[in-house]
Design a protein around this ligand. Structure first.
Ligand code: ROI
Length: 165
């Protein structure tokens, strides 16, 4: 079983509902189970500022799927849920990213693991810290140090948990 951290983000059409729908779909994936989930966080948009705040969360999966199989499963969930990509770094209904896949490093045109933006995104690092405080990232050191290096954070807990926690 591989341990995989997946990031969830949404800033359109009731983001909390979108995140919970995606989590329910993750629970139904073959050969995969959802082990834990962070709380939901509100976060100021990275990229263009003239879009709604995001809701972000992280969950830990255990899976027998390969990275590419998991990627296409996540893309399937995004498609069924109705992913709309309006502009680069713009608003989205649901975004599911493979952040870490065991200690694997992988760089192909389709998939980069660890996700290239993990180490500088507060909306990834802080929810990740909530469920895996002792995590060491391949080639990037400890999660704790990465968080210490964040300059500012624009993250606020939503005092809501996912339907699964
Ligand atoms: N900004 C925040 N705060 N959260 C996201 O999930 C997110 N996702 C993105 C871009 C548009 C880069 N900005 C984001 O893809």
């Amino acid at each position: 079983m591989a341990q995989v951290f997946v990031g969830l983000g949404s800033n359109l059409s009731n983001p909390v509902k979108q995140i919970n729908r995606a989590l329910a779909s993750l629970e139904r994936l073959t050969d995969t189970s959802v082990k834990s989930c962070s709380k939901l966080y509100g976060s100021a948009p990275q990229g263009p500022q003239n879009q709604p705040d995001f809701v972000n969360a992280i969950c830990l999966l255990e899976t027998l799927l390969s990275p590419m199989e998991l990627l296409s499963a996540l893309q399937g969930i995004e498609q069924t849920q109705g992913r709309v990509k309006k502009r680069h770094w713009g608003e989205r209904l649901i975004d599911l990213d493979i952040l870490l896949f065991d200690n694997l490093t992988l760089s192909t045109p389709e998939l980069t693991i660890p996700h290239s933006e993990v180490s500088n995104r507060d909306f990834v690092l802080i929810p990740l810290f909530e469920i895996a405080p002792d995590l060491i990232l391949p080639n990037q050191g400890s999660l704790r140090d990465l968080i210490d290096q964040l300059e500012t954070t624009y993250l606020y807990p939503l005092s809501l948990s996912t339907d699964l926690t």
